[in-house]
Each structure stands twice: as C-alpha cells, then as structure tokens.
Design a protein around this ligand. Structure first.
Ligand code: AR6
Length: 190
C-alpha cells in the first residue's frame, strides 16, 4: 500500500527491514544503544560488528527516549542506520504518544540532514516495549504526515517505507492508513 502526500510517499510493506533497498534504515533501539533482540538484533546481525563499534564510540551516553542518532550501516545496503528510541508503553498517560512521534520526527530530520530520499522504519515500540499496534500506527502516520507538510517546496520529497514483520501488523497499519487518508487530502491510495 502506497499513499502520496504532495511529492512524498508513505508505503507499507511486509517483510524484514534488513532486506530493504533504501538510503536509511531505522532501528528500534534502547536508550543505552546496547543492542538487544527483535529488530535491533536483526539489524546488528545483518550489519556486522562495525555497527556496534561505531555506536559505542560515537554515542557512549546512548540516546534519550524520543530521539535518534545516525551511524553508517556496516554490511547493510543502506547508507545509514538511524537508531531511534521509542517509549515503553506504560498505559498511555506518560507521554508515550509525544515520545513516539518525536522518535519518528527525529529520524525524518536526520534523513533530510543526510540527503536521504528513502527511509525504512520498523513499527517502533510495538514489540518488547508493548505499545498497542493500532495506536502506534496512528501516531506514527500522523507524525510522518505532519513532517511531510513542513518540508520546504524546494525539497524533492521523501519515500518513507514502514516495514511490518507479520501479516497482522501489516493489516492493522493498512487499516489505520486508509482511515487517516481523508478524501480531499490530495492523497491517492493504491
Ligand atoms: N524487520 C522488521 N520488523 C521487525 C523485525 C525485522 N527483522 N524484527 C522484529 N520486527 P522490537 P521495541 C518488529 O521488540 O518494541 C530491543 O531489544 C516486531 O515484530 O524489536 O521498540 C531493543 O534493544 C515489532 O513489531 O522493538 C530495545 O531494548 C517491531 O519490530 C527494545 O527491543 C518492534 O519490536 C525495543 O523494543
């Protein structure tokens, strides 16, 4: 599923984020940037040890929740990995939506700063961190859309691909994206 917002796109894909041909891959990291399981483990495995070496050297103090830091991408075909730290879900009243939106936004800022045209995101916080899938999709898509709306006209646009690991997550995100694409928003879904 692919939706256009002026000259930018949100695309949903099902699969493994480490296989994506994009300029930057987003990792769902922890604030110590210490590595872990889930998508973090998969990205470090595929990229090789240089990814952790660079992360430790450049960001010894980690990264705050709601933000992201860039490294090169080791053996991955992408040019960059953006290590984003989403919030742990604690019931929704502890600033989780703002922190999740801010993690997405910071990655998109890093994409623009590093001249990336295409970025692949996982569904940040929806695994070990327990963020409800539909709520995460809604917050993420809104944050991406708001970012697109603020891009200067001189920017040629971004290709944002959200890579969902399983069919259930893909279906949930597709339903949310369809619902949020209001008629008249100049968005075309196919
Ligand atoms: N490609 C795409 N998505 C994936 C992949 C993959 N290869 N593997 C898992 N997912 P999680 P979080 C999905 O737990 O909730 C780590 O230990 C997965 O199905 O990876 O942000 C970190 O070090 C889920 O939908 O990240 C942190 O400590 C989504 O990616 C902590 O987990 C995110 O699940 C971060 O937790």
């Amino acid at each position: 599923m692919r939706v256009q917002f002026s000259n930018s796109y949100i695309e949903l894909a099902q699969g493994d984020i480490t296989r994506q041909q994009v300029d930057a891959i987003v990792n769902a990291a922890n604030s110590a940037l210490a590595g872990g399981g889930g998508v973090d483990g998969a990205i470090h495995d595929a990229a090789g040890p240089s990814l952790m070496q660079e992360t430790r050297r450049r960001f010894p103090n980690g990264c705050p929740t709601g933000s992201a830091v860039p490294t090169s991408a080791g053996k991955l075909s992408a040019k960059f990995v953006f290590h984003a730290v989403g919030p742990v879900w604690r019931g929704g009243q502890k600033g989780e939506p703002e922190l999740l939106a801010s993690a997405y936004r910071r990655c998109l800022e890093l994409a623009v700063e590093n001249q990336c045209r295409s970025v692949a995101f996982p569904a940040i916080s929806t695994g070990v961190y327990g963020y409800p899938r539909d709520l995460a999709a809604e917050t993420a898509i809104e944050a991406i859309r708001e970012f697109f709306a603020k891009l200067p006209p001189s920017h040629g646009g971004l290709e944002v691909r959200v890579v969902l690991f399983d069919a259930g997550s893909f279906g949930a995100w597709a339903r949310v994206l369809e619902r949020l694409v209001a008629p008249g928003s100049h968005a075309a879904a196919r």
